[in-house]
Design a protein around this ligand. Structure first.
Ligand code: GLC
Length: 434
């Protein structure tokens, strides 16, 4: 992912600063996160925008004064900073089932660089195209036996779909995805299925193309939803992965007002499509995300939450960036002096989501290996300690790469069915041992 990596380097400072700085700006510039409006600083541009979410669920109607009138993506949503109530303002969405499910999760694991790999065209070869072996049930058995009870299966659909308007998914590809989902479901694991590197192809938050993007997202989710509609609750859908405009100035800092509104509409299209497909999809847990899966205060505040009991929100939090990634200025020792950055990164998530009955999960975190086992163990202790205090579960990113060039996020040696570094793996899993 050279492109992503370069971009990540460019925005590294912005991301880290935004994460810390944004929480601060949210606290100091929010002149009252009242029922339906917030005044906030757009963290990445110094531009203070008045962003008023118009939502039918908001008790007091509000008008948008921002250039783009942010009409609600759907009649049934509220902004993240408001409580979710129905039209009569009586129903409070407690989301108990989702909170209960998440509390049962231990640490999760991403089957990275596998079904999400692209470049091989419309072929089953995609699965192994980035160097990982073909997935077998034994891998999930290994994970489960070692304390991981949740797997996220990132899937890139773009190369496996036909043309508009049907965007028919190649049945062999869908069959292979289903086979892998079944491996984990048979073992009674939680499974998170998503759409992954679509931003390389069609899922660009280029607002001019909003309708076309929505149409494709809807078509893809309609087919996934149909395929899995009879699956049990442990199968969870996550609508998008890091949706954003690649190369844009705000790619890693929460996007623009218009882009965030587009994300709201896409999230809503995803929810509506899955819900309409019936079966167990009517009540399946659906995970929405912010722009770029950012935990930036503005990205979270502008997120609209559907009036739906079985909804959660995901962010990605490789924090602190300079510890978890390799980049100019990055470091590999962990002495606790950067711990506050993790605590700061969680502040908006807590204030606008968790405290408003919106369950949160981190569907990607982790750190690259830099021959620093002891430091990683201390980082895990601090990072997961903060997440546990806030009731947030995490899915670690694992791309199968360890001691090689590229992003060394590997934890599980999928060929040997062992851990690359047992001490690190145990630090993740042991904290959830009953
Ligand atoms: C994102 C990318 C993935 C990358 C990971 C860590 O999920 O989609 O390719 O490896 O972040 O950088």
């Amino acid at each position: 992912m050279i492109k992503k990596k370069l971009m990540a380097l460019v925005v590294a400072a912005a991301l880290t600063l935004a994460t810390a700085g944004c929480s601060a700006s949210a606290v100091t510039t929010s002149t009252g996160v009242s029922a339906s409006n917030t005044v906030s600083t757009d963290s990445s541009s110094d531009k203070t925008s008045v962003s008023l979410s118009v939502s039918s669920a908001s008790v007091s109607a509000s008008t948008s004064t921002s250039a783009s009138t942010s009409a609600s993506a759907s009649a049934g949503s509220t902004s993240a900073s408001t409580k979710d109530t129905d039209e009569g303002d009586t129903k409070v969405y407690e989301r108990t089932k989702v909170f209960d499910m998440f509390s049962e999760m231990t640490v999760g694991w991403n089957l990275g660089n596998t079904m999400d790999a692209f470049g091989a065209g419309n072929s089953l070869r995609s699965e192994t195209y980035w160097g990982n072996p073909k997935t077998e049930k034994a891998l999930f058995e290994f994970l489960k036996n070692n304390g991981f009870n949740t797997v996220r299966i990132p899937v890139t659909w773009a190369e496996h779909t036909g043309k508009a308007p049907d965007y028919t998914i190649n049945s062999e590809w869908m069959g292979r995805v289903r086979e892998i989902v079944d491996y984990a479901m048979d073992l009674d694991m939680f499974v998170i299925l998503n759409t992954h590197h679509e931003t390389e192809y069609w899922l660009k938050t280029d607002v001019k193309n909003k309708d076309a993007v929505k149409e494709e997202l809807t078509a893809i989710w309609a087919q996934i939803a149909e395929t899995f509609k009879d699956y049990g609750d442990k199968l969870i859908f996550e609508g998008m992965n890091e949706p954003r405009l690649r190369g844009s100035a705000k790619e890693w800092s929460g996007g623009t007002v218009d882009e965030r509104q587009m994300i709201n509409e896409l999230n809503m299209a995803f929810v509506d499509t899955v819900r309409e497909s019936g079966g167990n999809n009517a009540e399946r847990v659906l995970i929405l995300c912010t722009y770029g899966h950012s935990a930036d205060a503005q990205a979270i505040k502008d997120l609209q939450i559907p009036k739906d009991d079985n909804i959660a929100v995901a962010v990605h939090m490789y924090t602190p960036y300079f510890f978890t990634y390799v980049a100019d200025g990055s470091y590999s020792n962990w002495d606790g002096s950067h711990k506050q950055e993790i605590a700061d990164a969680v502040k908006s998530v807590k204030k606008y989501l968790l405290d408003n009955n919106v369950p949160v999960i981190i569907t990607e975190t982790g750190t690259q290996f830099k021959e620093n086992t002891a430091d990683i163990v201390k980082w895990i202790d601090d990072y997961f300690g903060i997440m546990d205090e806030n009731g947030i579960k995490c899915v670690i990113w694992d791309n199968g790469i360890f001691r090689a060039s590229g992003e060394n996020f590997g934890v599980v040696d999928r060929r040997a069915l062992s851990f690359y570094d047992e001490t690190i793996a145990r630090a993740y899993t042991d904290r959830y041992k009953k």
